[in-house]
Design a binder for this molecule. Structure first.
Ligand code: NAD
Length: 221
């Protein structure tokens, strides 16, 4: 989670986890410094963008030296709240939801699906990868009890809006929406849509219309 007081552009904020993951790998490999060209090559973001991004958080690379890995890492740890485990709820334990439960987010960062919800009696009351599946009737009570503010939505599109309304009642602040539904939420709630069909279409569009190594993908705003 990004701390409120520091205002950095949204496109930069979205790239932070990407930088963070790569820097953690460098740190584990015992590297002390990294150049923007090396970073650029690894995360596939052009080096001018990297330099601009890093300037927002006061990391000014020195010519011929690059960036100090430890400094950047501790900055990212603080900024992304990586010291705290970010607990997330999963709504809809179907094909996609089950895949997310089986995927161990902890490998890359401290985000963890802590609780799941469904309405299917076959799924409610079961545990998948240690995560208990509760009935939707309990959602408001459970989310408040566990102090969970982020939800991943993997339910059929037609029920996405009513479930979103329930999530808002439960004081959710962020939703990662995998359904194709476009959701109405108050301005206090942030939604990130991940629509694989749209991403694929846009990739194909870029392949058809641009040549060479055009920068950017879904990470850029
Ligand atoms: N499967 C994929 O590869 C994929 C890819 C991209 C997007 N999506 C989207 O993700 C969503 C889920 O896809 P899926 O393939 O996992 O579907 P699915 O049918 O396998 O799973 C949906 C789950 O939601 C549960 N559900 C239904 N109504 C509910 C309600 N009111 N409250 C709580 N849970 C409820 C169902 O019981 C089921 O477990 C869909 O909107 C789909 O379009 C899926």
């Amino acid at each position: 989670m990004i701390h409120e007081p520091m205002k950095i552009p949204q496109a930069t904020a979205k790239r932070l986890p990407l930088y963070y993951r790569f820097l953690k790998n460098l740190h584990s490999a015992g590297k002390q410094r990294v150049s923007s060209a090396e970073l650029s090559d690894a995360v596939k973001v052009d080096s001018a963008t990297i330099r601009r991004d890093f300037s927002y958080f006061g990391a000014l690379g020195k010519k011929g030296y690059g960036y100090n890995v430890n400094y950047l890492l501790s900055f990212f740890q603080k900024t992304l709240d990586q010291d705290d485990l970010s607990k997330v709820a999963l709504i809809g334990v179907g094909n996609l939801g089950t895949a997310f439960l089986n995927y161990n987010f902890m490998k890359n960062n401290n985000t963890k699906i802590a609780i799941a919800f469904d309405v299917d009696p076959e799924k409610v009351g079961k545990r998948i990868e240690d995560v208990y599946v509760h009935h939707m009737d309990e959602i408001e009570e459970r989310l408040k009890e566990e102090n969970i503010a982020v939800a991943i939505l993997t339910v059929p599109a037609p029920v996405a809006q009513p479930i979103t309304d329930q999530l808002i009642q439960a004081d959710i602040r962020g939703i990662l929406n995998f359904t194709p539904a476009r959701l109405n939420v108050p301005s206090t709630v942030r939604i990130h849509h991940i629509d694989l069909a749209v991403e694929l279409q846009s990739l194909i569009y870029f392949l058809k219309n641009y040549t060479g190594s055009e920068e950017e993908d879904s990470i850029e705003e």
